[in-house]
Design a protein around this ligand. Structure first.
Ligand code: ACO
Length: 429
């Protein structure tokens, strides 16, 4: 087949650029030679039209509302696999067989404890610090504890780092929570699976044995799966950019956590619940919808809208289902905020403004309500997201480091500041 090309004409000069096709999705124009051929750069603030890499990990079709991990639809993975199987899939490209699954579970279990010295590190934080602030610090600090396997050019080292961080992140999230509560840290339990163990470390105390409820464990496990990866979103791109300089993986994940914290990204579930609390009652939904539509009001409906999904967010659909299951299990079907969320969703989905701008509930719309029902405090919501997304971040980091086209990330700019000028003597300033 002849190579398709895109032709660009600037000031009468024409240059050609190859068009590349992937397995699914939009074709891309390879403009790597643009600077050399034209002396120009492209301008794409917010990366609305830019592919930053080739990737084999996750595919999203925003118009169809489709999300695939390594080719498998998210609905099938959420239904048939647990989070550690999905983690194995993301890491290795294929689902594990029974022996691989058991091996992987054992490996992760063997890494769940953190260095005792790290426990002291927590004591440096104020008790009322936001847990995400603690997470940024503690995860970054892992590089000071596990430098025996930090040669990023060594596949074995990278694999050990992957396993370590995936195993330790639930322990660290639970420690951040326990620290904020003034309760003792709980050591991991190897008789429990990944998610049940996390719930034990979050909600257990040394005073009595914690018995995880299998329905709630499964719900949280699905939440982890839904958040595990989402191709080149802001935090993942942050991890890749940080890692492109050769920085160690723990530092890169800390950078990802920092980015995820923002309310336009992972902080939206926390912001969504705060918004629902503020609305307070179904009778005030109209008022808030009006505010969301007002150009002069900065208020947005949190949990609505997505850069990529313009029909529906498949994760939101699954999350809605999980939400109903959890509330049913806990007898909270008449939960005030859940009812309010349902009403808000209904009104927004019928409203012209939201229909025309294709603003649908995203994954964060229901995840806050489920997490609240599970007993997770609002300030911890984004930490839960970070826990799950660590798998995606590490997978993307690994892919970048092993990409033969791997280069340090270095965007260019359109400079619009002061033109070159000379510093005047102080008497003339
Ligand atoms: N409420 C009201 N209006 C909205 C909303 C919203 N939630 N989201 C977008 N709009 C409007 C914008 O004002 C804009 O209007 P305009 O065209 O008149 O200027 C239009 O819809 C397009 O929105 P953008 O912000 O330009 O879309 P973008 O793709 O850049 O942003 C984003 C997507 C950041 C998610 C945005 O929809 C938003 O802020 N939503 C609320 C926060 C949220 O839920 N974030 C979670 C995202 S999912 C995740 O990170 C897991």
């Amino acid at each position: 087949m002849t190579q398709r090309t895109a032709t660009l004409t600037v000031d009468g000069n024409t240059s050609e650029y190859p068009v590349m096709s992937g397995t699914h999705g939009n074709d891309v124009i390879d403009i790597r030679s643009l600077g050399g051929k034209t002396g120009m750069f492209t301008y794409d603030s917010g990366f609305l039209s830019t592919s930053s890499c080739q990737s084999r990990i996750t595919f999203i079709d925003g118009d169809k509302g489709e999300l695939l991990y390594r080719g498998y639809p998210i609905e099938q993975l959420a239904e048939n696999c647990n989070f550690l199987e999905v983690t194995y899939l993301l890491k290795n490209g294929e689902l594990p067989n029974a022996a691989q699954k058991s091996d992987f579970e054992n490996t992760i279990k063997n890494h769940t404890m953190v260095h005792e010295q790290l426990v002291k590190f927590f004591q440096g934080f104020r008790r009322d610090a936001h847990p995400m602030a603690v997470m940024v610090g503690v995860v970054g600090a892992l590089s000071a504890f596990y430098h025996d396997a930090m040669d990023t050019s060594d596949a074995e080292h990278r694999s050990i780092s992957f396993n370590r961080i995936v195993a330790k992140i639930p322990t660290i999230v639970a420690m951040a929570y326990k620290y904020s509560m003034g309760q003792p840290f709980m050591y991991p339990r190897n008789d429990l699976d990944y998610t049940a163990n996390f719930m034990h470390m979050m909600f257990g105390t040394p005073c009595e044995e914690y018995k995880p409820n299998p329905v709630l464990v499964r719900a949280l496990d699905v939440i982890f799966t839904l958040h595990a990866d989402h191709e080149q979103n802001a935090s993942t791109s942050t991890v890749r950019l940080a890692g492109s300089s050769g920085a160690n993986p723990f530092a890169c994940i800390a950078a990802g956590i920092a980015c995820l914290w923002g309310p336009s990204h992972g902080g939206a579930n926390e912001a969504c619940l705060t918004m629902l609390e503020e609305i307070g009652d179904v009778s005030r939904v109209g008022e808030y919808i009006k505010r969301a539509k007002d150009k002069n009001d900065s208020f947005k409906l949190m949990g609505f809208g997505h850069r990529v999904y313009k029909n529906f967010d498949p994760r939101a659909k699954l999350m809605g289902k999980v939400c109903a299951e959890v509330l049913g299990e806990l007898g909270l079907e008449n939960d005030r905020l859940f009812k309010l969320a349902k009403e808000l969703e209904k009104i927004a989905l019928e409203d012209d403004y939201f229909v025309q701008k294709k603003l649908y509930p995203n994954v964060d719309f229901y995840s806050g309500i489920v997490q609240r029902a599970l007993g997770i405090p609002t300030s911890m919501f984004t930490c839960i997201f970070a826990l799950a997304r660590t798998v995606g971040w590490m997978t993307q980091w690994e892919e970048m480091v092993t990409d033969p086209e791997y280069k340090i990330g270095r965007p260019r700019q359109l400079y619009i500041g002061a033109a070159r000028r000379d510093v005047p003597p102080i008497t003339k300033r």
